[in-house]
Every structure is written in structure tokens, then in C-alpha cells.
Design a protein. Structure first.
Length: 250
């Protein structure tokens, strides 16, 4: 057997520990391996993190379920009212995701809430972070179906692996008792673990009506507000502006 240099063995053992091989397993391999075998095994272990990272990135767009790919470029922030001490420059670096912050984008239909939420989700995917996008109604349907098929824990675990959960159009569709409970479970599960972005046209005082339970709504609002910010979307409807522009051009 070829003599294995101590530096090669030390390097291999460090790599093996980084992938959770036990000292016993690593030591047994090094006792019988040649220098070439140690180098080959070390190269394999060094390559694995890059392969895993690449495969994760390849899966991210499909997992995100974004309705489109959007960027921050060209987005009009002039009608977006951020809370004091915060602005677009704080949103775009995605510190909200790293810090597990929550945002509620509130405003009437067509003000750009979903567009900005999708841009945040797209930026997450671009930077190798996990995002998942649902309308609130889609999320309730998915949770309800998973519960009936005895897959609820698996779906909640899948949601928990995302760095960002986007719940779009909260309040557009009424919830039944089961749906409200499941949506509360999914959204409150983000608390201090991952970032949550909710878009809605319903002010906080009416969330009790949405969930059909004032206490449930109050508990969720309390969690969101603790590590979150309310962003108001004002001005005219972006969709109406587009329709008017197209009408004038005809």
C-alpha cells in the first residue's frame, strides 16, 4: 500500500467530518487507503456541496410557483408608503428574508402589491433562496386537500423549508372554519422562522371577518406586527392606467 502523507490524511479527515462521517469510519478508510484513493475520495467529497447547490437552484423556480418572473427594475415606488425609517432601499437587498421579517402589502386592487411580492420572490430564487407563492385561496385549498389525504404534516414541512412564503390576495375569497384554521397554522408557522409577505385589500380591523374568528385574526396580526411592517399602496390602479393608455392608442 502506498504511504499516505499526513497532510493528505488530515485534509481528507476534515472533509469527511464536514459531511458527517464518523472518525471511526474515516480512520478505518485511511488505514487501508492508498494516497490516490484518499485524493480521489477527497475530490468526490469536495464536489458534492457544489452539486447539491446546483440541484437546489434548479429546483427553486418550480418550487416557488411564481406566476411570472419579475424584477425590481422599473417598479414605481412613488405611490408606496413605507413605515418611518424604512424604504425600497431596505426591501430590495432581501434583508427581510435573512431576518425572517413579515410584510403586509395593503391597498386597493391594481396598485402593484402582487407585482412587488413576485419581484421579491423572484429575487429570492435568483439568489439561491427558497420562495413559495400562493394566493390565499390556493394555499387553503392545498392545505385542506393535504389534510384529507393525510399529507398535512408533509405539506407544512415543505412550506417550512422555504425562506419566504407569499400569501397573495388575502380576503378575496371567504374562508370556512377549517380553511381559516389551516391558513392560520401555515402563516403563524412562519413566525421568527421565515419571512412572510401578505398582500391584501382588507385592513387589519376586518381580518376577523376574513378568518371568521376575531381571536384567531388578532393572534395572527400580533405575530406579523411583532416582526413585520405594514406597507400601504396608494395612487391610481396600475391596471386602469394601462387600460386607459391602450384605449387612447386605439
Amino acid at each position: 500500500m502506498a504511504y499516505v502523507k499526513s497532510t493528505e490524511m488530515d485534509g481528507f479527515e476534515a472533509l469527511a467530518r464536514s459531511t458527517y462521517f464518523s472518525n471511526e469510519t474515516t480512520g478505518r478508510f485511511c488505514e487501508s487507503a492508498s494516497a490516490g484513493q484518499v485524493r480521489a475520495a477527497a475530490g468526490m467529497i469536495e464536489d458534492e456541496p457544489a452539486v447539491r447547490s446546483r440541484r437546489k437552484r434548479e429546483r427553486l423556480p418550480g418550487k416557488a410557483r411564481l406566476p411570472a418572473v419579475k424584477t425590481f427594475e422599473g417598479y414605481d415606488f412613488s405611490q408606496v408608503a413605507f413605515p418611518d425609517g424604512y424604504g425600497a432601499e431596505g426591501l430590495m437587498p432581501l434583508a427581510l428574508v435573512a431576518e425572517a421579517q413579515d410584510f403586509v402589502f395593503h391597498g386597493k386592487t391594481g396598485r402593484g402589491k402582487t407585482r412587488l411580492a413576485v419581484a421579491i420572490g423572484s429575487a429570492c430564487v435568483e439568489r439561491g433562496m427558497g420562495a413559495m407563492f400562493f394566493t390565499a385561496a390556493e394555499l387553503v385549498m392545498a392545505l385542506t386537500r393535504a389534510g384529507r389525504e393525510h399529507r398535512l404534516e408533509a405539506l407544512l414541512a415543505d412550506l417550512s423549508r422555504a425562506d419566504l412564503l407569499i400569501a397573495d390576495e388575502l380576503g378575496y375569497v371567504p374562508l370556512d372554519v377549517e380553511g381559516a384554521r389551516l391558513l392560520f397554522q401555515a402563516m403563524s408557522g412562519c413566525y421568527e422562522r421565515r419571512s412572510l409577505v401578505v398582500t391584501t385589500g382588507i385592513e387589519f380591523s376586518r381580518w376577523g371577518t376574513v378568518f371568521g374568528d376575531d381571536k384567531l385574526a388578532a393572534a395572527l396580526i400580533d405575530r406579523i406586527v411583532h416582526h413585520g411592517r405594514l406597507v400601504e399602496f396608494n395612487g391610481t390602479s396600475h391596471r386602469m392606467d394601462t387600460a386607459l393608455t391602450l384605449g387612447k392608442s386605439e
